[in-house]
Design a protein around this ligand. Structure first.
Ligand SMILES: Cc1cc2nc3c(=O)[nH]c(=O)nc-3n(C[C@H](O)[C@H](O)[C@H](O)COP(=O)(O)OP(=O)(O)OC[C@H]3O[C@@H](n4cnc5c(N)ncnc54)[C@H](O)[C@@H]3O)c2cc1C
Length: 354
């Protein structure tokens, strides 16, 4: 039986502020099965299969809640596009990003999570059970954990995607360590780019900032710090039009945005720091976002809708790390489980699973 959310007589969608596109039309009526035998309703439904989503699934599965994970077409999330991960605890020798994500998924599945690699195209959070449509299938859930992450923005060059993880990165905190005593180029002119550049001065012998305008957009204090750092050199009015290198980055081709003239700048690494886009599209109609466009959290991992929780980079513009996303997934699963128990929807016995 369906229930009004939060006893408010059924929540209405928020007025859409940004992109509220709803994706393809979804079937109505009784849920159908995507794959014979697959479940389409759950007490906990997780959106996203990055570190946040899969950790939430591990916790929910170990609490016998048999979660469904609608993991998205980018199964495994952002770590699938990186190579060595050296800062995730428990792997002193480091681990390849895709292998770490395979292991997280196997761990979730071992305890009974169903992981389906489909994008959620539309949601209806007006009443419980919540309804979500993905791959032409309607799913129903008593609680939803939104862990749809954020996508790093790229220059969209073929050479850039070919050399990702081979000198091209979008995360200085993650990959700066690999550029000890090397030269790196940072693309961008906002606070993120300035922060990344300053962070990289800890390792690199030279940090060249490439910015397409003749002044930065970032805060005054960050600009001062970057410009005062002897390791930082700025190339104004410039943009990267190609990343050079066959197997590994060896340089970038720059174009002067005023004259159009091109020249090559040798470098060992290229950090793209032009921003992130939180994957909030299908939820924007229902959940609030903060001033940066990330999902707003009300208390712990709760959102404005009772029974809907968030975890990971989709709400976190500050830390953006696998371990913080995983920690968030754990918190969201515990919050969801407690919420279910409070509403008489989970066996109190499952509480001991943590
Ligand atoms: C190049 C690079 C290297 C990095 N290296 C490191 C590192 O070494 N160490 C570290 O700690 N962190 C690193 N990070 C950061 C780390 O990857 C992120 O902080 C972390 O992956 C965030 O996890 P998440 O689960 O919140 O989101 P994500 O990993 O972004 O996963 C989001 C998931 O949501 C899914 N999704 C999106 N929209 C939908 C939808 N509509 N329906 C269903 N599913 C959807 C996606 O398919 C994906 O599975 C790196 C990031 C990048 C870009």
């Amino acid at each position: 039986m369906s229930q009004d959310v939060g006893g408010l007589g059924g929540l209405k969608p928020l007025q859409i502020i940004g992109d509220g596109e709803q994706g393809m039309a979804a079937p109505v009526g009784a849920p159908v099965e995507a794959v014979p035998g697959n479940r389409t309703s759950a007490k906990v439904l997780v959106v996203g299969s990055g570190p946040a989503g899969l950790t939430a699934a591990i916790y929910a599965a170990r609490a016998n809640l048999e979660p469904i994970v609608l993991g998205g077409y980018e199964a495994g999330g952002q770590l699938m596009i990186t190579s060595e991960v050296e800062n995730f605890p428990g792997f002193p020798e480091g681990i390849q990003g895709p292998e770490l994500m395979d292991r997280m998924r196997a761990q979730a599945e071992r305890f009974g999570a169903l992981v389906v690699d489909v994008d959620v195209e539309r949601v209806d959070l007006s009443k419980r059970p919540f309804r979500l449509w993905a791959g032409g299938v309607e799913y129903q859930a008593e609680t939803v954990i939104v862990a749809s992450g954020a996508s790093a923005l790229w220059l969209e060059l073929e050479s850039e995607s070919r050399l990702r993880g081979r000198g091209v990165s979008a995360c200085a905190t993650c990959d700066g360590f690999f550029f000890r005593d090397r030269k790196v180029v940072v693309v961008g002119g906002g606070d993120t780019a300035l922060e990344e550049a300053l962070f990289l001065t800890r390792y690199a012998r030279e940090v060249v900032m490439v910015h397409r305008r003749d002044q930065f957009r970032g805060s005054h204090i960050m600009q001062e710090r970057a410009l005062a750092n002897p390791k930082v050199r700025v190339l104004w009015n410039s943009r990267v039009v190609e990343v050079l290198g066959a197997e590994q980055v060896s340089g970038v081709r720059l174009q002067d945005t005023v004259t159009g003239a091109e020249r090559d700048e040798p470098t060992d690494g290229l950090f793209i720091a032009i921003g992130h886009r939180p994957n909030t599209g299908v939820f924007r109609e229902w959940l609030e976002v903060d001033d940066k466009g990330y999902l707003a959290v009300h208390e712990d991992t709760r959102t404005r809708i009772d029974g809907v929780f968030v975890a990971g980079d989709v709400h976190d513009s500050r830390y953006r790390q696998a371990i913080t996303a995983a920690g968030d997934g754990c918190r969201a699963a515990i919050d969801a489980e407690r919420w279910l128990a409070e509403h008489g929807l989970a066996e109190p016995a499952t509480m001991s699973a943590w």
